[in-house]
Design a protein around this ligand. Structure first.
Ligand code: SF4
Length: 379
């Protein structure tokens, strides 16, 4: 059996999705905080090539289906035995398809960084073929760059929706034109708003990403206020919080090392999330915190119904004494706990160990740099 292509990246919410690569890399590849596809040349696969991959997936799926019992349950032992006996080059493809089917086989994520760079007709054909091959699919999602998305009309989005695309993930990161320019995002907030409105008008779900801390200390407030303005205009279904980590190997890190970019502290990033929640208007958007990079994972919910609840969690943290805040930051970043409430239940020995480690760093800038390094380990 022939293996199919699998790209490197998917959103955490697509963990159970079948990953299907229709493009490779990113059309832009110039954001100063990102080096994901730095060494990958962008490539859009032909419709025929993607259809061949779908046929390969279908072949693996047919093989896996033989391990489904008549009552719908799976003979996992048999699947595992087949996997062990396969040539190594086929194992990953079989594992991916079998796991997908075991998880319901309903969701597909189109990779890589900017699938919507494909002209509408090509993507529509791919979507139709995918749905014909796997009629049980209910959700097909993809990444799209806001600049490309801003050139697609509501009618074209409606056509993609009709062909099976259900949700677009887009890394808006900030709604501030100053921050977008600072990090060379190659898009303006006006383009983000146009893209977002057309996506929604075309009947698709929209999930956008916000990066607290991306503008550094100088643009911290503007980063959050800009995002609140864009979210208020667009009314996306989801805003996913992705706390910024400035990583070695990126241009933004070089700016930081030269002293041209000052890292935001953990508290400044928390403040940005608070500003986003306070300043966003009356929308149906859900705030999602589905990544370990976020300090306060419990800050999530509907902006319509849960605004006060989210603000209460933020304020509870903001009102903690400074040493407790530091202790919590270190504990969270080292994965010792998830919520500040757990500090009270922490074994005394572990607490003292963390306290000693925290006390060793008294300089606030060094502390911020250390926290940034910890966050960077998770992306
Ligand atoms: S558009 Fe996305 S994938 Fe491309 S360089 Fe920017 S952040 Fe990276």
């Amino acid at each position: 059996m022939e293996p199919f292509r699998i790209g490197p990246i998917r959103p955490p919410s697509e963990a159970d999705s079948l990953l299907m690569q229709v493009t490779q890399g990113c059309t832009w590849n110039k954001c100063k905080f990102c080096n994901l596809y730095r060494h990958t040349k962008f490539r859009a696969y032909t419709v025929d090539s993607v259809k061949e991959d779908i046929d390969r997936m279908a072949a693996f799926a047919r093989k896996a289906e033989r391990s489904r019992r008549t009552d719908g349950s799976w003979d996992v032992e048999r699947l595992n035995a087949e996997l062990r006996e396969m040539p190594p080059e086929e194992q990953n493809s079989y594992y991916v398809v079998a796991t997908w089917l075991l998880n319901g086989g309903k969701n597909v994520f189109l990779q890589d960084g900017n699938t919507l760079a494909l002209s509408g007709g090509r993507l529509t054909e791919v979507l139709r073929y995918l749905k014909e091959t796997f009629p049980q699919i209910e959700r097909i999602t993809s990444y799209g760059r806001a600049e490309n998305l801003s050139k697609v009309s509501a009618e074209e989005f409606a056509e993609l929706r009709e062909a099976g695309l259900t949700r677009i993930h887009s890394g808006f990161e900030s709604g501030s034109d100053e921050v977008l320019a600072l990090v060379n995002k190659g898009v303006t907030s006006e383009q983000q708003i146009r893209a977002g409105k057309n996506i929604k008008a075309g009947g698709l779900e929209l999930s956008v990403y916000f990066m607290p801390g991306l503008g550094g200390r100088a643009l911290s407030r503007k980063n959050a206020e800009g995002m609140a303005r864009v979210v208020s205009e667009v009314n996306p279904d989801f805003v996913r919080i992705r706390t910024a980590a400035i990583k070695p190997g990126t241009e933004l890190y070089e700016d930081y090392e030269r002293g041209d970019f000052v890292l935001c502290s953990e508290d400044e990033k928390v403040e940005e999330i608070r500003i986003l929640i306070v300043k966003t208007g009356d929308v149906n958007t859900r705030i999602v915190s589905d990544h370990i990079v976020n300090l306060l994972q419990a800050v999530k919910g509907s902006l319509k119904k849960d605004r006060e609840k989210m603000l209460a969690i933020l304020d509870e943290y903001r009102n903690m004494p400074e040493p407790e805040k530091k202790l919590f930051q270190l504990a969270r970043r080292t994965r010792a706990l998830i919520s500040p409430k757990e500090l009270a239940r922490m074994p005394l020995r572990q607490r003292r160990q963390l306290q000693r480690a925290a006390e060793q760093i008294s300089d606030p800038d060094e502390w911020t740099r250390t926290m940034n390094e910890w966050i960077g380990r998770y992306i």
